[in-house]
Design a protein around this ligand. Structure first.
Ligand SMILES: NC(=O)c1ccc[n+]([C@@H]2O[C@H](COP(=O)([O-])OP(=O)(O)OC[C@H]3O[C@@H](n4cnc5c(N)ncnc54)[C@H](O)[C@@H]3O)[C@@H](O)[C@H]2O)c1
Length: 384
């Protein structure tokens, strides 16, 4: 089957590499000639590196490159069996592009969007055959990140959900099914990792270096929240938070942080601008964390119970299955443990107690405990 990818930016290029590596002929389309050239040059560099490391041989690399055709005109999608759209995150543009693609492809062609935050249902509604539209959400960089969220819209034909999931599994990815709601699984459940860390910092408990130390050394996370925000970019991370907040009709649980907004506005974007919560200039001294165990435990407990609360609430609202929620967080953002498994280990009653303590201290809706956790504690149930 020929696979069409629209948008040759960071995501489209990565997805094209994945599809081509899986053996598909790929048509990669972008309206911007420079983006196409950059994409091809980047793939060349990646292949050279993989050859150097002995991960692929010359012939395989050549095959991966040759199977991708770089095009500018939508009509080149005509023989494709699957299109994955990865253009700018703008609902009006996406809708218009989907209705145009439909005039080119056959009725059997599946149309997928890689959107991170838009409604798949509204994109599907722009099509004559909405039942063939689905969300396939890759993570960046697509060739390295194992997790892919599959998002059926309410209009999507169940057979298409099944075949799409199987296809992406066959590409060597780990797929999870998520309901068409803001942030799907990962971008929803992960919000407190950043938000609660920023809140602890804003309250003056301690500095980013200490919060990062606690989350890594005590919590077992691979990166601390501030290191990770600097890595992702404060502009990008802030926008995702703001989008999720707005999409949830301003639920205070997802309220963005002024600290991060100001960092983004100031151009303290993180690694890419040389400065974020940390200074990345040459010779800069690294701040020393306060390795106080009591403070460290407080930080980890507070952030982890907030994460568990999000995971439990996602399960409560049927956003995804128990297994998929845990898999999404361990494979999508490398958490040391599935959050629901973590809840069992901590004890559900203990999680509820810690959340209630926060709630009673702040009297903010942000700290409200998911009804599912409360019921489970009452009935002495566990997730697994
Ligand atoms: N970057 C991430 O971490 C990430 C992760 C998952 C999903 N996404 C989603 O993937 C999509 C693409 O993101 P990205 O980071 O690759 O963006 P990007 O800006 O790197 O690339 C977008 C590309 O689309 C092209 N484009 C724009 N409008 C077009 C049109 N009408 N027709 C053809 N090409 C067009 C642009 O020229 C550009 O090359 C977005 O929906 C984004 O939300 C991004």
């Amino acid at each position: 089957m020929k696979v069409g990818i629209l948008g040759a930016g960071a995501m489209g290029s990565g997805i094209a590499q994945v599809a081509s590596t899986a053996g598909h002929e790929v048509i990669l389309i972008d309206t911007n000639e420079a983006a196409l050239q950059k994409s091809a040059a980047k793939l060349q560099k990646i292949m050279n590196r993989l050859i150097e490391k002995g991960r692929v041989d010359q012939a395989t690399a050549k095959g991966i490159q040759q199977r991708i055709s770089y095009k500018k005109d939508l009509s080149d999608f005509k023989d494709c069996g699957l299109i994955i759209e990865a253009i700018i995150e703008d609902i009006t543009i996406k809708k218009s592009v989907f209705s145009k693609i439909e005039t080119v492809v056959s009725e059997q062609c599946v149309l997928a969007t890689n959107t991170s935050s838009l409604s798949v249902a509204s994109i599907a509604a722009a099509c004559k055959i909405p039942s063939r539209v689905i969300g396939i959400h890759f993570f960046n960089p697509a060739p390295l990140m194992k997790l892919v969220e599959i998002i059926p819209a309410i209009q999507t034909d169940p057979t298409i959900v099944e075949t799409t999931k199987k296809l992406i599994d066959d590409w060597g990815k780990l797929t999870v099914l998520a309901k068409d709601t803001p942030g799907f699984i990962v971008n929803r459940v992960a919000r407190p990792f950043y938000g609660e860390a920023l809140r602890i910092y804003e309250e003056g408990y301690t500095e980013p270096a200490t919060i990062d130390w606690a989350m890594k050394e005590i919590g077992g996370f691979r990166m601390g929240p501030f290191e990770l925000m600097d890595y992702i970019g404060n502009d990008i991370n802030y926008t995702v938070t703001e989008t999720v907040f707005q999409s949830f009709w301003y639920d205070p649980r997802y309220k963005p942080s002024f600290t991060q907004k100001r960092y983004a506005e100031a151009g303290y974007l993180g690694r890419k601008s040389g400065r974020g919560y940390y200074d990345y200039s040459e010779g800069a001294t690294k701040p020393v964390p306060n390795q106080d165990q009591t403070l460290g435990n407080y930080i980890v407990d507070r952030i982890v119970v907030m994460l568990i609360n999000e995971a439990a609430d996602a399960l409560y609202l049927n956003i995804a299955s128990r297994e998929d929620i845990d898999l999404a967080m361990t494979k999508g953002v490398n958490y040391p443990k599935g959050l629901l498994k973590w809840a069992d280990e901590k004890g559900i009653q203990e999680v509820v107690n810690q959340l209630d303590k926060l709630y009673h201290e702040y009297l903010e809706d942000r700290y409200r405990c998911s009804p599912l956790l409360r019921r489970m504690a009452r009935d002495t149930k566990t997730f697994y």
